[in-house]
Design a protein around this ligand. Structure first.
Ligand code: AKB
Length: 318
């Protein structure tokens, strides 16, 4: 039985991953780590233990790992790409100084560590279509710089100290539960909220800009399956390309319009997000994840759209 600490448990991924981990490993065995001001609420607060764990505070991490005999840490603390571009020093402090704290505690107390990377770890010099697992990673954003550094640092701790570090490069994640804050792919979440609420969507990303995307249930499964994977079969660790679908704003708009014909969209391109999006791949090649640990996605754009619309209609009673 695992004892798990989720750092960043109230964020976009953490709020759902913590609950899924509790379903699998038991409510009492999954600690929701949070920072003051982002406390867990509702079922997340009531279903299991929670502790203040600021990733920039090594003592808080060590104390919680000790107190709950933690053996696995999901490190989800990060600033998303557009926010990180406006606060690069803070993005480094959380993404890399924070990761170093986690890895040091993991080394001393023999924990496995999952730290997500991203499609943002690639830059304009990587092949755009079918971006390979192992290729040039020269991002031009601070978000990407922290993601590549995080991949290398995690691999280093495995090679040097034998810490069991693993991760995946997440595409843009789409969910009806907790909204993302300050990412480049956020438009692909916001568009569903506008459609279901009967509002015209103002799209900040230009037509023709393709990015990888994934429905949250697939992303949660990936994070859990990579940590459960047979270590002897892994040739890679940090970090695996994973993919499910790739689209531009026109394609997702067309798909939603199929189910909500009156839906309207207009473009007002945000230069910062557009520049970031153009520097990222169009579509990753995730063959290595499929071969080494059996990764496969369940949701394509159509299945995701039907589910998102149904869940949001239920929420907004439309
Ligand atoms: C972002 O847009 O910053 C994230 C990501 C793709 O890593 N969703």
């Amino acid at each position: 039985m695992k004892n798990i600490l989720v750092i960043g448990s109230t964020g976009q991924i953490g709020s759902e991953l913590t609950m899924k981990l509790r379903d699998i490993y038991g409510n009492g065995n999954v600690v929701a780590g949070y920072i003051p001001g982002a406390e867990p609420h509702g079922v997340l607060a009531e279903s299991g233990p929670s502790e203040v764990v600021d990733i920039t505070n090594a003592q808080q991490i060590a104390h919680t790992v000790e107190r709950y005999s933690i053996d696995t840490i999901y490190n989800l603390a990060a600033l998303l790409s557009a926010v990180a571009e406006n606060k690069p020093q803070l993005a480094w402090h959380i993404g890399i100084d924070g990761l170093m704290n986690v890895l040091e505690v993991a080394r001393e107390r023999h924990c496995a560590v999952f730290t997500p990377s991203s499609i943002g770890s690639f830059g304009p010099n990587a092949p755009k279509n079918g971006t390979p697992q192992d290729t040039i990673q020269q991002p031009r954003t601070m978000y990407g710089v922290t993601k590549v550094t995080g991949e290398l640092l995690s691999n280093y701790y495995t090679l040097k100290y034998g810490v069991d570090t693993r991760s995946v490069r997440f595409p843009g994640l789409i969910s009806y539960v907790t909204p993302p804050g300050g990412g480049t792919t956020d438009y692909a979440v916001d568009i569903y909220y506008s459609a279901v609420q009967g509002k015209k969507f103002i799209c900040p990303i230009a037509p023709g800009t393709f990015m990888d995307m994934m429905y949250m249930p697939d992303a949660l499964r990936a994070a859990i399956e990579i940590m459960e994977a047979d270590e002897s079969k892994l040739r890679h660790r940090n970090s695996f390309n994973i993919a499910a679908m790739s689209f531009d704003p026109e394609i997702i708009y067309g798909k939603i319009k199929h189910y909500i014909p009156e839906f309207e969209m207009e473009y007002q391109v945000d230069p910062l997000r557009q520049a970031i999006a153009e520097s990222w791949p169009n579509k990753l090649d995730d063959t290595c994840a499929r071969m080494e640990w059996g990764w496969h996605h369940h949701y394509d754009l159509d299945a995701m759209t039907r589910d998102m619309i149904a869940k949001l209609r239920e929420r907004f009673k439309k």
